[in-house]
Design a protein around this ligand. Structure first.
Ligand code: ADP
Ligand code: ASP
Ligand code: MG
Length: 405
């Protein structure tokens, strides 16, 4: 019997009716003669509500308690789904991340999976049961404390289980029909892709396309596990994320990503001498603040400006760290702007081909959109712009690179 690993996201299990719909889809896979393991996210906006609850009690929730609290969302959905399946006459059992053998490090809120012990899952499958696993969570090896894998992390649970159970493909069911040339909620003309390589998908996910958790894509690539992204509401074929050699390398942009969670910090009048960057970024790293784009201007009379971006939620903490440093190194000023966004064009076809950046910049300038910072990889160009121009920018780029065709 083949093992099928499916994952259903929050909007796919948003209410009782939707949970029953998912139960029917799982039952169908079981009826086709498969052993089925289904990973679920928390219902609808549950995780957001739990975060809000924590912050309504305290400004600085304990990291440990915070993760236990957030993990309960997936416990609710997994138990309800198991109940729905049982009501339909199927043997089903729900397992928490710990029971499913998901072992992680102790980095609360962004724990990494260090190993999976699938014995319990296998035992239940051997009994003929359907196994429902609470996504997004694991357990530390030392203290057996509950951890969470970072927002969107149920995708990563699913890929890790698909790998450790030896599934042929990991099926991710969500509220859109696959991976599109841009977020279909922003660009109605966006086209669904039939396939996409791991590398492009990883850039897309890392630069804001919520449809896949970046670490799930990373895991897929590492273990060569194909990932099928499809709708939980229709039977349309989805998008296959894979590393197959048949991938056509086109001289083309594949997709546009955007991200509204961007804040900018600028230090002006920074002395330009060795050790300054380290003096700024080491304390930020120690405070667990992830820095994204960094730009340092050419210096005039040994004085330069330093600009970098962080997630909006980390801006307050980052400014607390940076302000005293700015003073101690003698910078003239240190300011921040929380109203930024990011647009990126992504495509392996851009590699070693000139002209993409120029086309991107002119498409933005035609719309009067000011580019504040630019960063690139071999297969991506990202512009940091005002948050309220992101929607226009994505639409303009989608048209400029002829993605609706
Ligand atoms: P789930 O709850 O199933 O995990 P998410 O909300 O995390 O779903 O991700 C799905 C959402 O990702 C879609 O509703 C869509 O708005 C967004 N999205 C952003 N970029 C893309 C893209 N390029 N292709 C498909 N969906 C995208
Ligand atoms: N429920 C978690 C979140 O909202 C994990 C997930 O949905 O994958 O981020
Ligand atoms: Mg998700």
């Amino acid at each position: 019997m083949a093992i099928v690993v499916q994952k259903y996201g929050g909007s796919s299990v948003g209410d009782a009716e939707k949970i029953k719909n998912v139960a029917r889809r799982i039952a169908k896979a079981k009826g086709e003669g498969n052993e089925v393991v289904a990973v679920v996210s928390a219902m609808g906006d549950t995780t957001d509500e739990l975060v809000e609850l924590a912050y309504s009690v305290t400004d600085q929730p304990s990291e440990r308690e915070f993760d236990v609290l957030l993990s309960t969302g997936e416990i609710v959905s997994s138990t309800l789904l198991a109940m729905a399946l049982r009501a339909m006459g199927y043997e089903a059992i729900s397992l928490s991340g710990a029971q499913a053998g998901i072992r992680t490090d102790a980095a609360y809120s962004r724990a990494r999976i260090v190993g999976v012990d699938p014995e319990r899952i296998v035992k239940e499958l051997d009994k003929g049961r359907i196994v429902i696993v609470a996504g997004f969570q694991g357990v530390t090896e030392e203290e057996m404390d509950t951890t969470t894998l970072g927002r969107g992390g149920s995708d990563t649970t699913a890929v890790a289980l698909a790998v450790s159970l030896g599934a042929e493909v990991c099926q991710i069911y969500t509220d859109v029909e696959g991976v599109y040339t841009a977020d279909p909620r922003l660009v109605p003309e966006a086209k669904k892709l039939d396939e996409i390589g791991y590398e492009e998908m990883l850039e897309l996910a890392s630069y804001g396309a919520k449809v896949m958790h970046p670490r799930a894509v990373e895991l897929g690539e590492l273990f060569n596990m194909p990932i099928m992204v499809a709708s939980s509401f229709t039977d349309s074929p989805g998008t296959l994320i894979h590393g197959g050699e048949a991938m056509e390398v086109r001289n083309k942009v594949t997709s546009i990503a955007h991200d509204l969670d961007v804040a900018k910090i600028t230090m002006v009048g920074v002395p330009d001498r060795p050790g300054i960057a380290a003096a700024v970024f080491e304390p930020l790293a120690k405070a667990n603040i992830s820095i994204d784009t960094i730009v340092q201007n050419a210096s005039i009379k040994n004085i330069t400006d330093l600009t970098f971006t962080v997630a909006k939620s980390q801006l307050g903490k980052a400014m607390e760290v940076v302000k005293p440093i700015a003073r101690s190194i003698g910078a003239a000023d240190c300011s921040s702007d929380a109203g930024m966004g990011k647009v990126s064009i992504i495509g392996t076809g851009m590699q070693n081909t000139p002209g993409f950046a120029a086309r991107m910049f002119s498409a933005l300038s035609e719309k009067g959109i000011n580019i504040q910072l630019i960063s690139t990889s071999e297969i991506r160009i990202t512009c940091i712009i005002d948050e309220d121009r992101v929607k226009d920018a994505v639409k303009a780029l989608h048209r400029a690179f002829e993605l609706e065709e």
